[in-house]
Design a protein around this ligand. Structure first.
Ligand code: PLP
Length: 392
């Protein structure tokens, strides 16, 4: 199958293009480092050295010790491991409750709901109209029965950064563990596990120019956890299964690349995002930004388009070679409104007419300007199909 080359990729929060350095690291590992990292012979030791290099690069990116880095198969697996592994370790001490927020990724929300069905307790914290979980909300919900508080660092749909350090302090006052899903912040903004004050942190390589299928759960030294994948003694008995050396080598290369370019890249990308956002608000009447604009990751904007169904606009943009996303998930043919925008109290109409634009390493000003150029015409055309005047 031949795909049209898309020079308007604005869906980096879904996944990112793999950086050339990463492709090289993965290819080299696939062809040269094929030993099993658990084997004693030289082939095995070379594979183990590749894992150690990647572990060091990830640790450096998040201010951790290499021994605290556990490789997993995805961000989703890391979230599962954090929540299931800690509640299983702490349930016997009477800690049988999970607290999370209404705007988490499904990897966290559905894991917590699954545990609730199995007899554990669940509290889902509301968020403000800006899409932020509050210290007061956690303070009023927490108790000595809580095993783990899981609050994402940056939201995948609107990009808002959550007050994780303040929430961590409250969790610890009550003897609970705190996990943060940092899948959308690692590689985009500085992330330091000690400054965040968390016990567990999830990240995923494919969100910062690494390969898919490589994630990490950072586990603070001394944290009591039960493994969720059992078997051999891999990853210091934390996560069984022969390590995917090539993908992990790619993760390491992506981590090193992110650490090197982040300071400059964050400024460049946020300038492009701001240009895009300002251009859309200026050129397209009836548009509004969703979520807090002051505390966001630099690459994300979520915009609602009055009187336009987001799904139709997404398809119209795709035909122009521009890839964006709606926050909503299409399941069994029905379009679910975004649970994030809903939790922020947006009207049902607005939850259905919002698009996410997420930029990245290869985004250019030309691409941004092209979106600003084509969008007014597409929106006007779609609005022409309905008759009501624009009110926003
Ligand atoms: N958490 C967040 C906030 C995400 O945005 C994603 C991916 O979209 C995930 C978890 C899941 O990561 P993965 O795709 O590696 O399973």
């Amino acid at each position: 199958m031949i795909f049209r080359t898309v020079s308007g990729y604005f869906d980096h929060n879904a996944t990112t293009p793999v950086a050339p350095d990463v492709v090289e690291a993965v290819t080299r590992a696939l062809s040269e480092t094929y030993g099993n990292a658990s084997s004693v012979h030289a082939y095995g030791q070379r594979a183990k050295a590749a894992l150690d290099d990647a572990r060091g690069a990830v640790a450096a990116l998040i201010g951790a010790e290499p021994a605290e880095v556990v490789f997993t198969g995805s961000g989703t697996e890391s979230d599962n491991f954090a929540i299931r592994g800690s509640i299983e370790a702490l349930a016997a001490r009477g800690r049988r409750r999970v607290i999370t927020t209404a705007i988490e990724h499904e990897a966290v929300l559905n894991t917590a709901r699954h545990l609730e069905k199995r007899g554990f307790q669940l509290t889902v914290l509301p968020v403000t109209a800006d899409g932020v979980a509050t210290v007061e909300g956690l303070r009023s919900a927490i108790g000595s029965d809580v095993a783990i508080v899981s609050v994402m660092h940056a939201n995948n749909e609107i990009g808002t950064i959550q007050p994780v350090a303040a929430l961590a302090a409250i969790a610890h006052e009550h003897g609970a563990l705190i996990h943060t899903d940092a899948v959308q912040s690692v590689g985009k903004i500085p992330v330091d596990v000690r400054a965040l004050g968390v016990d567990l942190l999830s990240l995923s390589a494919h969100k910062f120019n690494g390969p898919k299928g490589a994630g990490v759960l950072w586990i603070k030294r001394g944290t009591r956890m039960q493994p969720t994948v059992t078997g051999g003694k891999h990853e210091r008995n934390r996560r069984a299964g022969t390590e995917n050396v090539a993908a992990i080598a790619g993760l390491g290369a992506a981590a090193a690349l992110a650490a090197g370019k982040m300071a400059v890249e964050a400024g460049r990308v946020s300038a492009l995002r701001d240009r895009l956002e300002a251009g859309i608000l200026r050129e397209v009447p009836g548009t509004q930004v969703n979520g807090a604009r002051d505390s966001r990751v630099p690459n994300t904007t979520n915009i609602s388009f009055e009187r336009v169904e987001a799904e139709s606009l997404l398809i119209a943009l795709d035909l122009e070679g521009v890839a964006v996303s709606t926050g909503s998930a299409c399941s069994s043919g029905t379009l679910e409104p975004s649970h994030v925008l809903k939790a922020m109290g947006l009207s049902p109409h607005r939850t259905q007419n919002s698009l996410r634009f997420s930029l990245g390493m290869f985004s250019t000003q030309e691409e941004v300007d092209r979106v600003i150029e084509v969008l007014p015409r597409l929106v006007e055309k779609l609005r022409g199909l309905t008759r009501r005047p624009v009110t926003a």
